[in-house]
Design a protein around this ligand. Structure first.
Ligand code: IFM
Length: 410
């Protein structure tokens, strides 16, 4: 039996666009209307109306924390025009969480933008930093009295990679230069927002907030131990996992580190070209592992290794996303429990992990992959919008309640 600290944060995460439904002022909505992606998000999980029921479920599963995002395109549907109605909605959402003793962790940007913002160049535009700052200010003024934990931006490099290099998300660009501009503007926006949020809390006399980003991290593993693969692993680990965090840490803009971890990238660089060193993965099914329904390897060891490496920042860590899409609920529990064991092992070695948030509370809209991948602790029927708690969610609920997990050793 292993034990976690009594004050550990336990819960799940969602993002507005993936669960709320009808986010019709967003660039994603417009993109879907043009027939892009697998299917439109439509009503998603109708969480915009059903949030109280969903938080009742989280409460019944012994969660004490919930990560959510607020939707910029609802709050500022036109440039400079803020919606008091939508801000009031999110105030009610936060009140509903607090009434259930669920600590909110609020993300300001989770992949989607207002249409007006994307029309003026989105994150490529230098002025994106000012726009994001103005939005942050309004949100923090409206919600600051209810929030201790903020995440400014979710997975900045995943966003830049999909939208500006692979070109599979709006605005479908394929330019390394554009992606670099975007990631630079995202980093600057975070740093400016971090400072604004801290200043606001100080001026109001509120206790200091905790502000970070959600950083997607991957385990890069050499398929075969060759010099070229080792070089490729080093480049990817640095470029994808650490450079962005290093920049934020240098600018003293992290109070904790949010880690989103899912899988391993099995590196096999086929030649010495930059593309090969940075992108090629093993296609020969060497070193096979169990996979989720999207084909991602299940590799808890990678989370352990990353958490140990993150000790270099000497900051608290929250695992802000970790989860599996699968039709096999036993595999879901195997995934959760093995990753919790990995976290505990890293904590034994000095990693300051303070919480674990499963992705996701509900089955939801998985971006360009549509509704097929099932990540939820709770199953959603997309015809009737009824919810059904999965067995894995009940097992996880026992851990949340007792802060203990059976590791087979008694
Ligand atoms: O659904 C996404 C989420 O929006 C960001 N992190 C990864 C999840 C699973 O792909």
């Amino acid at each position: 039996m292993i034990e976690f600290p009594k004050d550990f944060l336990w819960g799940a995460a969602t993002s507005a666009y993936q669960v709320e439904g009808e986010n019709s002022n967003s660039d994603w909505w417009e993109w879907e209307k043009r027939g892009r992606g697998k299917e439109p998000s439509g009503q998603a999980c109708r969480h915009y109306e059903l949030y109280k029921e969903d938080f009742d479920l989280a409460k019944s599963l012994n969660h004490n924390t919930h990560r959510l995002s607020v939707e910029w395109s609802r709050i500022e549907p036109q440039e400079g025009v803020f919606s008091d109605k939508e801000l009031a909605h999110y105030q009610q959402v936060l009140t509903a969480l607090r009434e259930r003793n669920l600590k909110p962790l609020v993300t300001l940007h989770h992949f989607t933008n207002p249409v007006w913002f994307s029309r003026i160049g989105g994150w490529e535009n230098k002025r994106s930093i000012d726009y994001f700052l103005r939005y942050t200010k309004r949100v923090v003024e409206a919600l600051g009295n209810q929030v201790e934990y903020w995440m400014t931006i979710n997975e900045p490099l995943v966003y830049a990679y999909h939208a500006y290099i692979l070109g599979v998300w709006p605005p479908e660009k394929k330019s390394v230069f554009a992606a670099r501009r975007v990631s630079r503007n995202l980093a600057r926006s975070h740093i400016a927002s971090y400072r604004l949020i801290h200043r606001f809390y100080k001026d109001k006399g509120y206790p200091a907030p905790k502000v970070s980003i959600a950083k997607n991290m991957q385990a890069f593993v050499a398929c075969q131990d060759t010099l070229r693969n080792r070089l490729a692993v080093g480049l990817r680990d640095r470029g994808f996992n650490f450079d962005f965090l290093n920049c934020l840490a240098r600018n003293r803009s992290l109070d904790y580190i949010g880690v989103n971890y899912y899988s391993r990238n099995l590196v096999e660089a086929l030649n010495w070209g930059v593309r090969s060193l940075c992108v090629d993965t093993c296609q020969k099914n060497h070193r096979p592992l169990k996979k989720n329904s999207l084909g991602w390897d299940i590799y808890p060891e990678g989370l352990y290794q990353l958490l140990v490496k993150l000790k270099r920042y000497n900051l608290p860590i929250i695992v802000s996303e970790n989860g599996i899409c699968t039709e096999d609920d036993e595999l879901r529990w195997e995934y959760i429990s093995s990753h919790l064991l990995a976290i505990h092992r890293a904590m034994q070695e000095g990693s300051q992990v303070k919480g674990y948030l499963y992705w996701s509370l509900l089955d939801n809209y998985e971006w360009d992959k549509g509704f097929t991948p099932r990540f939820g602790l709770v199953e959603v029927d997309y015809n009737s919008f009824t919810r059904r708690t999965r067995e894995s969610a009940r097992k996880f609920a026992q851990v949340c309640k007792s802060a203990r997990l059976d590791n087979g050793i008694h």
